[in-house]
Write a protein that binds this ligand. Structure first.
Ligand SMILES: Cc1ncc(COP(=O)(O)O)c(C=O)c1O
Length: 382
């Protein structure tokens, strides 16, 4: 079955009770128990809900995994994974990492007795060199937010396996259609479904996909105990969004390819970060492990003032935190997604005040290019 068919048929899509072409929203906190001596599938929505279960089956099907789990946000999903660590454990992760994950591992986990080491994620050897006796997890994010750096998933997972280390990979940027971390050796795949999976900028949600029975039991317990569950209405909206993921990604990726090529030719754009560009240092590695360059890119203008003028002059994309919507979204990592990081850290990783991140939506590329050309001219006119 090909992907656009799988997106519509490979998990529960029909309401079994009525035949409705859309599964029911079980908007309930609790479930009547007709016979308390009998076990029943659903008792309380924090422990499980049929609408949420459909989404969990959906992400498992898309990632070709045995299990899926849904959470109230990408961060809630990430935290469930990080809570697999215990006092005394050590974590290795790439130095280019989403700001929320960075805050969690540098600000919160140390108080719980978990230490971490950041490495140059594009160098598999750096991961191996960072291993300590107590290293329990490798945490990957590729391409990374916002600089689209690349981790060689297969090589890093091979190292992890050799040392008995668990691997988790944030696959938000590529989506389950663009990259298949489980096939490449990853134990747990993470998504902020807030982004492309839901795709309509109207839900905050997180998802996990994995194969291992014991890990699933642990994560299911954490989902229930930490309480960061996804509400039924949001699960339903996400399921509706998923149906068009293939078509949306096709257009968004095409737009990212066109926009990155356009920006790359401009003298007023200093640097374009997009993993499918010939000049990207890890292009070959990325295209070996992913289907395309994805729909997110970033680029540098001449100054922070130019960025402000550019944002003011744009008329099509929204200027916002987040990415992965049907509408193009420009954001400013310096004060948005990465504001949580110390300034020196941001500058060292390349998140400068001149950096703009673009998540391409499904608009017509010509309109986006015209809008960007006008806004760039205004941005650099003073
Ligand atoms: C790569 C990545 N992972 C995780 C998250 C966190 O997701 P959420 O905002 O749904 O909690 C984000 C949010 O921007 C992200 O970009």
């Amino acid at each position: 079955m090909h992907i656009n068919t799988r997106l519509l048929h490979n998990y529960p899509v029909i309401d079994e009770a009525t035949g409705a072409a859309s599964i029911a929203i079980h908007q309930t906190s609790t479930f009547h128990q007709a016979d308390i001596a009998q076990q029943q599938d659903y008792t309380y929505t924090r422990f499980g809900n049929p609408t949420v279960s459909c989404l969990e089956e959906c992400i498992a099907a898309l990632e070709q995994a045995r299990y899926g789990l849904a959470f109230s946000s990408g961060m809630a999903a990430i935290n469930a994974v990080l809570f697999l660590l215990k006092q005394g454990d050590h974590l290795v992760l790439g130095e280019n990492i989403y700001g929320g994950t960075f805050q969690m591992v540098t600000d919160i986990l140390p108080d719980l007795g978990v230490t971490c080491t950041f490495v140059d994620e594009s160098d598999p050897q750096a991961w191996e060199l960072a291993i300590q006796e107590n290293t329990a997890m490798f945490y990957l994010e590729t391409p990374s937010n916002p600089l689209l750096t690349i981790t060689d998933i297969t090589s890093v997972c091979r190292i992890a396996k050799k040392h008995g280390i668990l691997t988790a990979c944030d696959n938000t940027f590529m989506t389950p259609l663009g990259q298949h971390p489980i096939e490449l050796g990853v134990d747990i795949v993470i998504h902020s479904a807030t982004k492309f999976i839901n795709g309509h900028s109207d839900v905050v949600a997180g998802l996990l996909a994995l194969n291992d029975d014991q890990l699933y039991e642990k994560l299911k317990k954490l989902q229930k105990a930490l309480g960061g569950i996804l509400a039924p209405q949001d699960a339903w909206l996400t399921l509706r969004g998923v149906k068009t993921l293939g078509l949306r990604m096709e257009r968004s990726v095409e737009n990212a390819e066109k926009l990155s090529a356009f920006l790359g030719k401009r003298n007023d754009v200093r640097h374009v970060y997009y993993p499918a560009l010939p000049e990207h240092p890890n292009r070959n590695c990325h295209l070996r492990q992913a289907e395309n360059g994805g729909a997110v890119l970033s680029f540098e203008l001449a100054s922070a003032d130019a960025v402000c003028r550019f944002f003011d002059a744009l008329t099509i994309p929204i200027v916002a935190v987040s990415l992965g919507g049907v509408e193009s979204i420009v954001s400013y990592p310096w004060t948005m997604s990465h504001a949580i990081m110390p300034e020196e850290k941001r500058l060292a990783m390349g998140v400068t005040p001149n950096l703009v991140r673009l998540s391409c939506g499904i608009e017509d590329a010509d309109d986006l290019i015209t809008d960007f050309a006008k806004a760039l001219a205004i941005a650099h006119s003073e």
